[in-house]
Design a protein around this ligand. Structure first.
Ligand SMILES: NC(=O)c1ccc[n+]([C@@H]2O[C@H](COP(=O)([O-])OP(=O)(O)OC[C@H]3O[C@@H](n4cnc5c(N)ncnc54)[C@H](OP(=O)(O)O)[C@@H]3O)[C@@H](O)[C@H]2O)c1
Length: 424
């Protein structure tokens, strides 16, 4: 019964946790989505220079019984002694798929239910420091419900999932881990993807590309020079989680995984500015950057004062130059993403003459004659295009956040056509 079941192993924090678990010689099973889960997992392990035996169980937290086959449940009943829930939907606003509640709340409920059924004694849960919502602090790790209001559905869903974990008293060991805003590996900047905190960096980077200076940036966001964001790195978060997970415990414990010395916004933006002379241009249509600033407005503020947990004394100082250079050098795209022109050539025909312009990449007629101007024009960055194509960003969300801009006639018709052409 020594095996640990890890969820979210293909994500930013989960991939570093998997590396730590394997590094400790622990036996690991991961719950992962989709038939290509093993392939994705192996790619991350190579990048992280990690190796070891991993049992991959295909499933989905949002499904009753996690969508596990009966043999997989039986296997878990015989081998699994601990669960570490690191899967999560980092989506700020509830959408038509039921996220973020489907994964964060229902998923936690399903996983807790599985633990009770299989008599698994330890449940480790990755939450977020922002369950404190709009409180400004000092915020202590023992606190949860202080009557706070929330900035978005994500925070609320994580708060509700913590309530579930707290209420499930018949699981004898329950640890809750609350990281703040997480970036990739401290030494290299490596991250397996560019969701979450990277949207904040991208918004800042687009402003840099528009020639916005430091003072202008701060005043645009009503930030003072001393205002800060609480950043930590995924490798440190993973080490902190393992530190607590491997210690004998009983009952419920909650740990802030926050930086004792938060990063000043001014220093973060300066690190982005310092990258500008040598970095490639990735497109800076003003609507996208303003849309991102708006979508993440609740995080462009002076972050709450988190009273750090005991392990925080080991939290290293951040090398901002390394952490911002990694995504910028990759144009915020993961390596396996194909060049845009190849992907556009593979798009199905569009029933309406629309021109698609991808910043810095080119212009394509998606319907009608190639030499005729489209009746409507769509603009986005290469990154937005990739996210839309992979189904990681819905057309509605891209339009709402300003990441996709439309102009021209018959807006509804264009929207329907683009949804058919761009979304998987
Ligand atoms: N990133 C941050 O700044 C931050 C800060 C504080 C707390 N957290 C918390 O840390 C956890 C991990 O975050 P992250 O940044 O590593 O996220 P991430 O990079 O977006 O990864 C999310 C992981 O969860 C998996 N997942 C999502 N929905 C699932 C479902 N329904 N069933 C099974 N697996 C599912 C994803 O699998 P696929 O590969 O199939 O998508 C992926 O492995 C989350 O609970 C998040 O709330 C994150």
């Amino acid at each position: 019964m020594s095996c640990i079941l890890l969820t979210g192993a293909t994500g930013l924090i989960g991939s570093f946790i998997l590396r730590e678990l394997l590094g400790q010689g622990l036996s690991v099973a991961v719950l992962a989505r989709g038939p290509k889960a093993r392939e994705r997992l192996e790619r991350h392990l190579v990048r992280l220079e990690a190796s070891g035996q991993v049992t991959v169980l295909e499933g989905d937290l949002g499904q009753v019984d996690l969508g596990l086959q009966p043999e997989a449940r039986k296997w878990l009943a015989n081998h699994c002694g601990r669960v570490l829930n690191c899967a999560g939907a980092v989506k700020f606003h509830a959408d038509g798929t039921g996220e973020p509640y489907r994964t964060n709340l229902d998923g936690t409920r399903h996983l807790l239910h599985l633990c009770r059924q299989l008599k698994i004694q330890e449940f480790h849960h990755v939450s977020t420091a922002y369950v404190c919502g709009q409180r400004r602090g000092p915020v202590c790790q023992e606190e949860l419900d202080e009557g706070q209001s929330f900035s978005n559905d994500y925070e609320r869903s994580k708060f509700l999932s913590e309530v579930l974990v707290r209420q499930t008293e018949d699981i004898p060991v329950r640890n809750i881990y609350r990281p703040s805003v997480v970036l990739g590996e401290a030494a290299t900047g490596f991250t397996p993807g560019f969701q979450g905190a990277y949207a904040l960096l991208l918004a800042g980077w687009l402003k840099v590309q528009q020639g916005v200076g430091l003072d202008q940036f701060l005043s645009l966001l009503h930030l003072r020079r001393e205002d800060s964001i609480n950043l930590v790195t995924a490798d440190w978060v993973a080490q902190a989680i393992l530190h607590h997970l491997l210690r004998p415990a009983q009952g419920l414990h909650c740990f802030h995984l926050t930086h004792p010395r938060p990063t000043r916004w001014a220093d973060l933006y300066q690190a982005l500015l310092d990258c500008a002379p040598s970095a490639a241009f990735i497109g800076s249509d003003s609507l996208e950057s303003n849309g991102l600033l708006e979508a993440y407005a609740s995080y462009f503020c002076n972050h709450p004062e988190f009273v750090p947990g005991q392990y925080a004394s080991d939290c290293p100082a951040l090398d901002l130059a390394v952490l911002v250079r990694y995504p910028i050098e990759r144009a915020f795209l993961v390596e396996e993403e194909q060049p845009v022109d190849q992907l556009v050539a593979q798009l199905p025909p569009c029933s309406y003459p629309v021109t698609l312009e991808i910043a810095g990449q080119g212009r394509w007629a998606l319907g009608g004659a190639p030499d005729q101007p489209g009746l409507a024009n769509a603009f986005c960055s290469g990154r937005t295009f990739h996210l839309l194509r992979q189904g990681r960003l819905s057309l509605e969300a891209a339009l709402y956040s300003g990441q996709l801009l439309l102009e021209g006639e018959e807006f509804d018709k264009v929207r329907t056509c683009l949804a058919q052409v761009l979304q998987p």
